[in-house]
Write a protein that binds this ligand. Structure first.
Ligand code: FVH
Length: 312
């Protein structure tokens, strides 16, 4: 078991007023990680690799052993982990578990910062932020937009929302996990974006798997199809940029491609799928949404008009 290195300057404590002398330094910063499941272990490993003195705690203590072998200090209790660092990163199953761990430690957490990277709802995140504020605890809610192997790679985003000052203070430390994206002071926004982005991911996965089954029925390998799909997704992202402008303006001119044209195009997809015995539930759902816009007299608008179908 390694000992925790001393901080090189200042206490690093959050006082709710402004940055102290530690702000924006890249000096080793003590951090405690609560929860060493697949993700928590990856987070702790990234802090250790970056040279930050890392204290770890897990409900099942054996999971700490590989991290202790790499230089982490093991805390036998949550209280010990809280006492070891002013920056406490929590990544456990859900928010009830977070509160069960942190609740009894509220007095000891006063003046420290909790970064909660557990997945939950915006409402849970806001409640946690309110609880933290009520106890004088700096609070950041986070959404990890990658899987454990992606931790430590700045190509991947970690979303943060909550108190500004702790984010400014600990940004260089948190940056070793992934690119920190600040979504603002409403602590619920990281969870809200996280949920929306996961929904986007599942839609993309669904469309990609459907298309891979379709092309695979004629002998195309998933790898060959995916090489082309990868480029197509970049074009789709470009479409989305233009459509986002339309949505924010509330006007959907079909100057690039109309919904009418896309209703015709999706018919070819359905035909090709039916002819190959491919499940067509996903494209049929899209067709249903498009038809609702056509039936309401918006066939000449762009695809962005379908936002109205989701807003009901
Ligand atoms: N794995 C991933 O790719 C995703 C990426 C996006 C973010 N999620 C969220 O991260 C949280 C943890 O997920 P995980 O993958 O690390 O999950 P597990 O490997 O199953 O580890 C769960 C840890 O939670 C501990 N735990 C569960 N319940 C309690 C409790 N009541 N009290 C204290 N700790 C608890 C568990 O402890 P143990 O079973 O080892 O004793 C693990 O440390 C999650 O919100 C994802 O949505 C990951």
């Amino acid at each position: 078991m390694s000992s925790v290195l001393p901080l090189s300057a200042g206490s690093g404590r959050w006082n709710g007023e402004g940055m102290n002398a530690n702000t924006h330094t890249h000096t080793p910063t003590a951090v405690s990680v609560l929860g060493l499941g697949q993700m928590g272990a990856a987070l702790a490993a990234a802090f250790l690799a970056a040279g930050h003195p890392t204290t770890v705690w897990n409900r099942t203590p054996a999971k700490a052993e590989p991290l202790v072998d790499r230089g982490a200090a093991h805390a036998a209790t949550v209280a010990e982990a809280v006492a070891a660092s002013d920056l406490i990163v929590v990544c456990v199953l859900d928010y009830p578990a977070v509160r069960a761990l942190l609740g009894p430690e509220a007095p000891a957490l006063r003046g420290r910062t909790v970064v909660n990277l557990t997945t939950g709802s915006p409402e849970q995140a806001r409640a946690e932020a309110e609880w933290a504020a009520g106890h004088g605890i700096g609070y950041l809610d986070g959404g990890i937009m990658t899987t454990p192997p992606g931790i430590g790679d700045s190509a991947h985003m970690i979303l943060y929302a909550g108190d500004a000052e702790p984010l400014a203070r600990y940004r260089p430390v948190l940056a070793v996990l992934g690119d920190p994206v600040d979504l603002g002071r409403d602590a619920g926004l990281a969870s809200l974006y996280d949920a929306g982005l996961l929904g986007l991911m599942w839609s993309v996965f669904g469309g990609w798997l459907h298309a891979t089954a379709l092309t695979g029925a004629d002998g195309v390998t998933a790898r060959d199809f995916t090489r082309v799909a990868d480029r197509w997704l970049r074009t789709v992202a470009w479409f989305m940029g233009g459509y986002a402008e339309q949505i924010d303006q509330g006007e959907y001119p079909g100057a690039d491609a109309t919904i009418d044209v896309q209703v015709a195009a999706i018919g070819h997809l359905l035909h090709a799928g039916d002819a190959r015995g491919v499940d067509g539930r996903l494209p049929r759902l899209h067709l249903e949404l498009m038809r609702s816009a056509v039936d309401a007299g918006h066939g000449g608008d762009s695809y962005a008009r379908l936002i109205e179908a989701f807003r009901k």
